[in-house]
Design a protein. Structure first.
Length: 95
């Protein structure tokens, strides 16, 4: 398994309960593809560099993961279907 960082931005208009459900959905997806979440940091609402869906803010979260490359590709396909997830990016960590 390889170490990855996953940064996500979700819709800030979601309620606290909906935000928690979105973050749980992401962690569930990692487990579904036989990965492991080694750490999670909810960074909260931050200013965006440019507007997304007419909003100037987004809720950021950073995950450190252990995944296989094939799982990253499959997770990306699944995450594209999440409407509340505005942006995401996987970064492979150097050893």
């Amino acid at each position: 398994m390889t170490d990855y960082e996953l940064m996500v931005i979700i819709d800030p208009s979601l309620t606290e309960k909906e935000r928690d459900a979105s973050f749980a959905k992401i962690k569930g997806l990692v487990k579904e593809f036989s990965g492991k979440v080694t750490s999670e940091e909810i960074m909260g609402e931050k200013q965006l560099a440019y507007k997304i869906n007419r909003s100037e803010k987004g809720v950021y979260a950073l995950y450190n993961l252990k995944l296989e490359w094939e799982a990253v590709k499959n997770m990306s396909k699944e995450m594209n279907l999440y409407g509340e997830l505005w942006r995401y990016m996987f970064v492979k960590q150097e050893a």
